[in-house]
Structures are given as C-alpha cells and as structure tokens.
Design a protein around this ligand. Structure first.
Ligand code: SDX
Length: 385
C-alpha cells in the first residue's frame, strides 16, 4: 500500500477517544482522579464502598434514605447459590483465583431470572447483584483455597467487614476493615481502562451484563493490567532483601523487562492512588510484621530508583498496583487474591460504564490495514507441495 494512502494505525488504541462519559476523570498530566466529580482523596478519606458504588451507578451521592435502600439491596444479594460454591470448590487448587472468579461470575447468570431482561431498571438491579456477589465469590475462593468451607454472609456487617468475615470466618479488626475500605474505593473505577473497554465491547453487541462483566474479568487478569499487583509483590519476594533491590532492578531493566507496578498509559505523573496507598503503607509500619517491613523497604528503594531513572525520560511513575501488595499482606490477604479483589472492587465501574454506554449504544467494530495477498488460486491438496 502506497505510504500516502496508508491509514493511521493507533497501536493499542493509544490516544483514541471512544465515547463521552461523566463517570470518571483521569487527569494524567497532573496526577488527579475524580469519580463523578469527587476527587479520590476526598472519597478515600470520607466514604465507603457501598456509597461509592451508589455514586458511580447513579451519578450522585445518596441521601440517607437512598443509601439505606441501596445498601439493603447489596446486603440481600450477598448469598451465593450452592452451584456457584460447588464451582469454586471444583476449581480450587486447580486454577488461579482469577480463573475461578471468571467462571463463577459467568455461572451467576443461570441463577438470575432477569439475565435476558435488557431494560435499564433490570440492568441496574443485576449490577447491584453482581457487585455484591463478586465480593462474596472472592472471599469464598480465598476461604476454600485456605482449606475452609463456605461461610454464609453476615447481613449485619458493612460490605468491607462482610468480605473479611466470609474470607476468614471471623469478625475482622478495625485496621483490616480500614485497609479493605480504602482499597475497594481506590480500585472502584478508572475511566476507559482495558477491562472497562473489554466490558463495553462485549455489551456493545447487546450481550447481557453477565457476559460483559465476564469479559472485563478476563481482561483484568493480565499482568499489564490488573495482574500487576500480584506480579509486583512476587518481584518484591524475589528481591528478598532491601539491599538486593538496585541490582535486581538494574538487571531487569537491562533485560528490557517491565517492572510491574510502574508506568501507565494515561498517568505521566505520580498515580494519585499510588500516593494514597503508599501513605497508608507507611502509616502501618509501627506494628507491621517483619515481612511487611521488608516489602516496604524494598518498595521504597524500588520507587526511588525507578523515579530517578525513568520518570523524567519516560514519564514512568508508580501506579495503583505497586504499593498495593504490602498493604494487602498487612491485612492478611494472600497474593493470588490481589487481582480478584481488584476485580470485585472494579465491578461498580464496569457496570456504571455499561449502563451509561447502553443509553447511546454503538457496536465497537474497528478496522485493520490488510497486508495479505488477494485472489489466490485454490490448489487441491494432492497437488500441493
Ligand atoms: C493498571 O489504564 C488504566 O487505567 C489501568 C489501571 C486501572 O485502574 O484500570 O490504572 C490499572 O492496569 C495499571 C498498570 C498496571 N501494569 C503494570 O504495572 C505493568 C507494567 N507497566 C507497563 O507494562 C506499562 O507501563 C503499561 C502497560 C502500564 C503502559 O504501557 P504503554 O502505555 O503501552 O507504554 P509502553 O509499554 O509502550 O512503554 C513505553 C516505554 C517503553 O520503552 P521504549 O521501548 O519506548 O524504550 O516505557 C517503557 C517501555 O519499555 N516502560 C517501562 C515500563 N512501562 C513502560 N519500562 C520498565 N518498566 C515499566 N513498568
């Protein structure tokens, strides 16, 4: 194809706008993040996950009556059908928790009488059920993987408390609840990231919301996206001791490896979520375990080195996934549950974007520049070389 005729290809859709949205503003140049106009700093200091879910789905903070009704729907939806628990049992120890989550969430459609109802009202009700049940599924995956059995939800607890209760079969302490509340809020939404886009692509064909969310979970798993939180902690484990940090990172960069938890397609400044998580991690140091203290020291030395080496030249800074691992370890969460928790946290963001996009739906169908041959002769197999 003559160079002049060749259409512009935006690799990875870099710089391409796909829709208008009033859900989330990611200010990549200044490192700011807003959910429906509220900065992530304000929400992480004052709100809770149920309220942030209402905000993302409905576009405003709820009145106390609206919150009570919404929270009641979330609480009522926490139970898991026996068939879903059996899928989790069957896949436990054989599959990564993200694969179990993807399969279990997909199976929820068999238990929802409204799966095929595409009305906005039914889609909102299904969104609430999905958001509630995804946390129950992740907790149950962690519980069964640890050798326990399904723990029925406690409907007197907040969303964050119940998640930890279903995971550990005991009431959580305040520090654990504060950590989960912060992490659920911080991971709840982030504009048209890969997994939200994957959700929207699936929904743009008018597939049901269970199909769309299953697509989002599949996309989030990759280490270039949500899987980076587990990968970053595994790097810290591999580094082992703070004094090994610089040599390890130097060697990885020399080998053109990506350092997980750093860099971002949109943020060319410090990810505001990483700032909050880092500050939280530093606040935990006083009574942190030796393990958490070691990870923290490695993380801080990694950050210093990466910022010195790559922030000015490549705009590479820590992202939401870098400091998350040590914070989760402080809450007693195993690494293989990090990304499933990210998925459960992001479910309101995925649902909010789907509900918004369906209001003015357009099938996603991009183009490719064809570089192959045309009109080839068909040669019967007996005559081929
Ligand atoms: C999330 O989009 C979102 O909003 C996502 C997210 C959300 O909330 O939904 O914020 C969550 O997914 C955060 C990102 C988690 N992923 C990682 O931490 C994986 C490591 N990061 C990189 O793979 C990378 O930074 C990406 C994938 C995040 C962004 O990559 P881009 O925009 O496609 O850029 P690129 O890979 O083309 O890199 C540009 C340059 C390259 O160097 P050159 O070849 O030009 O010399 O920067 C380098 C890259 O090698 N680079 C890195 C690096 N990230 C980019 N080098 C070392 N370590 C890194 N982490």
């Amino acid at each position: 194809m003559v160079e002049a005729e060749k259409p512009h290809i935006s690799s990875g859709l870099e710089g391409v706008y796909i829709a208008e949205s009033s859900i989330c503003k990611v200010d990549g140049q200044n490192g700011r993040l807003y959910y429906r106009g509220y900065s992530i700093d304000v929400l992480s200091s004052n709100s809770n996950f149920a309220e942030v879910c209402y905000l993302l789905l409905n576009g405003k903070l709820p009145s106390s009556a609206e919150f009570s009704d919404f929270n009641r729907q979330l609480v009522e939806a926490r139970d898991l059908p026996e068939g879903v628990v059996n899928i989790i049992k069957e896949m436990s120890k054989k599959s990564h928790p993200m694969d179990i989550l993807r399969t279990a969430v997909s199976s929820l459609s068999a238990y929802d009488a409204e799966t095929a109802d595409q009305s906005p009202e039914a889609n909102l009700r299904k969104s609430i059920r999905i958001i509630s049940k995804m946390s129950s599924i992740v907790a149950t995956i962690g519980r069964i993987n640890a050798g326990g059995s399904y723990v029925a939800p406690d409907k007197s607890l907040s969303h964050e408390e119940n998640f930890l209760y279903m995971l550990n079969a005991k009431k959580p302490d305040k520090r654990q609840v504060d950590i989960m509340r912060d992490m659920f809020i911080i991971h709840a939404e982030h504009s048209s990231n890969a997994s939200t886009f994957g959700t929207m692509v699936a929904g743009s064909t008018l597939a049901d919301i269970y199909s769309a969310i299953t697509s989002g979970i599949s996309v989030l798993k990759g280490p270039l996206h949500g899987g980076a939180d587990e990968a970053a902690l595994r790097m810290m484990k591999a580094i082992g001791s703070p004094d090994n940090t610089e040599a390890y990172i130097d060697s990885a960069l020399a080998g053109k490896q990506k350092i997980m938890g750093f860099g971002h397609r949109v943020y060319k400044a410090y990810d505001p979520r990483a700032k909050i998580i880092k500050a939280y991690l530093e606040s935990l140091q006083l009574d942190a375990s030796a393990e958490v203290k070691t990870y923290t020291a490695i993380a801080l030395r990694s950050e210093k080195m990466m910022v010195e080496k790559l922030s000015q030249s490549h705009g590479i800074w820590p992202n939401v996934d870098f400091f998350a691992g040590p914070v989760y370890v402080a809450a007693g969460i195993p690494p293989e549950l990090f990304t499933p928790i990210f998925a459960a946290s992001r479910s309101p963001g995925w649902c909010a974007h789907m509900l918004e996009y369906w209001k003015n739906n357009k099938l996603f169908r991009p183009l490719e520049v064809y570089t192959g041959q045309l009109d080839l002769q068909y040669v019967p197999i007996e005559k081929r070389q």
